[in-house]
Design a protein around this ligand. Structure first.
Ligand code: UT7
Length: 337
């Protein structure tokens, strides 16, 4: 009997606060609603208030996913948090999330930037395959508005805050059953400098000078990231599909990282996936890094776009550079988990 890791529940949590293109225009940083809409497809993003944090969003999204899966936190065998904007440098954000959920199972973070949720999905599926003794909670959560320089138009217009979560459990649905069919992962550390926060680590510990020079803000070579992103999404998506014995013609839903609407449409058009098969919500949330795929997934599952048996192709990419694609047959797990 084929056993697979399938998504048993999902949820999202975003701050109430909004950062609109008009708000950014008012900052007088040389940008406009027209430029942002045309070059990114973003209308507004969510933004944490000072008392809202990555872990708080992750706990809310996690609780929603646990409820959606019809389980209780005590059923979980593992909590995995994908984030590049952690609650604090030590300990891992997952410690705060596990405490917030009231669980004492294993908990760790996955740090693969915008590919973090996709990496986490493969890791969770591996844990399921090797005998996890209960469902796994995977959360992508970010508070990116805290790490972008509010006066830097190349990044301030792009990033937003939010969290999405999925409960991943073992399914025994046979060869045509739901779950993760295949994946492809990769990285290219020679491109590490394209998106970075240089201060605050071993190489450059935080000092008054690093703060003074703004080395604690995220820096990004946007157009080079853009160029590489389109290429890796196409290559990695095709590799994952080939491993499942499928082609893009079989894809019911393309669920890419919401980095920039133009990246999504350029990749989809090269993959020959029509726009109506692409899940896109970047207009309302901006780029939420590791949270973008699970937020979009939760919305599409909740509004009924995803039907049982649908083939979903997901692809995350980002700082590192890292990328990870997954092919899923949609549907809650079948049989005992
Ligand atoms: O999340 C995973 C990793 N991140 C990404 O995937 C992000 C990928 N990159 C992008 O989304 C885009 O590169 C950006 C949205 C960041 C920038 O858009 P772009 O179309 O690549 O613009 P560009 O950097 O090539 O700049 C084009 C022009 C430049 O002016 P000149 O030199 O042509 O006069 C920029 O200075 O647009 C200017 N510009 C802006 N103008 C108004 C750059 N940012 C802005 C802005 N408002 N916010």
């Amino acid at each position: 009997m084929t056993r697979r890791a399938a998504i048993a529940g999902w949820g999202l949590a975003v701050p109430e606060g909004k950062l609109t293109n008009a708000d950014l225009e008012a900052r007088d940083i040389g940008t406009s609603d027209e430029w942002i809409m045309e070059r990114t497809g973003i209308r507004e993003r969510r933004m944490c208030a000072p008392d809202e944090t990555t872990a708080g969003l992750a706990i809310a999204a996690g609780n929603a996913a646990i409820k959606s899966a019809g389980i209780t936190p005590g059923d979980l065998s593992m909590v995995i948090v994908a984030t590049c904007t952690p609650e604090q440098p030590i300990p891992e954000t997952s410690s705060f999330v596990a405490e917030g959920l009231g669980v004492r199972c294993g908990a760790f973070d996955v740090g693969a930037a915008c590919a973090g949720f996709s990496y986490g999905l493969v890791v969770a599926a591996g844990l399921v395959a090797t005998g996890a003794n209960g469902p796994i909670l995977l959360v992508g959560a970010e508070n990116l508005t805290r790490v972008v320089d509010p006066t830097e138009r190349g990044t301030a217009i792009l990033f937003g805050d939010g969290a999405g979560a999925a409960v991943i459990a073992s399914s025994s649905g046979g060869p045509d059953g739901p779950g993760l069919l295949s994946w492809d992962m990769g990285s290219d550390g020679s491109a590490a400098h394209l998106i970075e926060i240089t201060a605050g680590g071993s190489r450059q510990p935080t000092t008054a000078e690093t703060v003074g020079s703004g080395a604690h803000w995220m820096r990004m070579e946007g157009s080079e990231v853009f160029r590489r992103a389109v290429r890796v999404v196409v290559e990695s998506s095709n590799a994952a599909l080939a491993k499942a014995g499928l082609s893009t013609a079989d894809v019911d839903w393309f669920l890419p990282h919401q980095a920039n609407a133009r990246i999504v449409s350029a990749a989809a058009s090269r993959l020959k996936i029509p726009a109506e098969r692409c899940i896109v919500n970047i207009d309302r949330f901006g780029n939420t890094s590791a949270a973008s795929i699970p937020i979009a997934l939760a919305e599409a599952a909740d509004d009924g776009r995803l039907s049982d048996g649908d083939i979903v192709l997901s692809c995350g990419f980002g700082a590192g550079m890292t990328w990870s694609s997954a092919v899923l047959r949609w549907g809650r797990p079948v049989g005992a988990t």
